[in-house]
Design a binder for this molecule. Structure first.
Ligand SMILES: Nc1ncnc2c1ncn2[C@@H]1O[C@H](COP(=O)(O)OP(=O)(O)OP(=O)(O)O)[C@@H](O)[C@H]1O
Ligand SMILES: [Mg+2]
Length: 267
């Protein structure tokens, strides 16, 4: 029986949401096969906030794509809420992507010629939920309010800062009311102060019960999570449960780093 993280500091309920058994993913190209995942065994509880770390090419995005039902494993099992995702039809997978899972990416992936509000409405247009236009507008406005952008709804992405664009992307991920948020380097394109604002929002969503898996290269950002899973060459190399640091504690670490850099330059 796999053990799950039950850190009281996180919102984890102990109920297993994700179970991976011997998960493998081989990318086959003409004469070459790349083994991106080489047998991943992992269990994540509902309400967890886990960070995924590892060097470039270690398989982080490949794992996220499978978790998000954007891709299928070559071998092994992925159980989501106890159901084997590999047995799902295309339609079932699309439904899960649209209803259960929200995605946030490093480069925001917003439609450039479309307002923040319309960007956030988009997933609801593909939803199988029968929503009226009025409901779609109301849900999108509510999601933008949650991320603090109610006064920027008519702005196009180019008229927003990087941090604001990422908040629009988070609103778009939340508008379908998912249970799982997958974020692949959500702070990768943002400076550290703005990155911490995004982390603050992610921690808040986690406290409210959303399960979160976040890829990051930055060890300090990973410390916002209550669990850090490190991949190496398609394997889980380390899997640690930690008391998560608050955004204030993380900001303090950044300040200390700045002081070290400053005094280093002076000396
Ligand atoms: N579509 C693809 N076709 C072939 N090989 C791929 C494909 N996507 C990823 N790979 C290979 O699989 C391995 C894992 O890639 P992946 O994108 O999962 O790494 P990552 O940990 O997300 O790296 P990064 O930190 O640079 O984003 C790499 O060797 C990569 O070259
Ligand atoms: Mg990646």
């Amino acid at each position: 029986m796999a053990t799950v993280n039950q850190d009281p500091a996180s919102g984890a309920t102990g109920r297993i949401m994700i179970q991976l058994d011997g998960l493998r993913r081989v990318y086959r190209m003409e004469s070459l096969a790349v083994e991106a995942l080489r047998g991943i065994d992992l269990t994540l509880a509902e309400g967890e906030f886990a960070a995924i770390m590892g060097a470039s090419g270690s398989g982080k995005s490949t794992l996220m794509n499978i978790l998000g039902c954007l891709d299928r494993p070559t071998a092994g099992r992925y159980l989501l809420d106890g159901r084997d995702v590999s047995t799902f039809s295309r339609d079932q997978l699309a439904r899960i992507r649209n209803h259960a899972i929200g995605f946030v990416f490093q480069d925001f992936h917003l439609l450039p010629r479309t307002s923040a509000l319309e960007n956030v409405e988009l997933p609801l247009l593909y939803s199988s939920e029968p929503l009226s236009w009025k409901e779609i507008h109301a849900r999108a406005r509510e999601a933008l309010r949650v991320v603090g952008l109610e006064d920027r709804m008519e702005h196009k992405p180019a008229e927003l800062s990087g941090g604001q664009q990422q908040r629009v992307a988070i609103a778009r991920a939340l508008v379908t009311r998912p249970r799982l948020l997958l974020a692949d380097e959500p702070t990768g394109n943002l400076d550290s102060r703005i990155g911490l604002e995004i982390i603050d929002m992610i921690q808040r969503l986690n406290r409210e019960g959303l399960t979160i898996i976040m890829v990051t290269h930055e060890p300090d950002i990973a410390r916002a999570a209550s669990r850090i899973i490190t991949l190496r060459d398609g394997h889980v190399r380390l899997d640690r449960s930690l008391v998560p640091l608050s955004v204030e504690e993380l900001a303090e670490r950044y300040r200390e780093d700045d002081i070290e850099v400053d005094s280093g330059q002076e000396g």
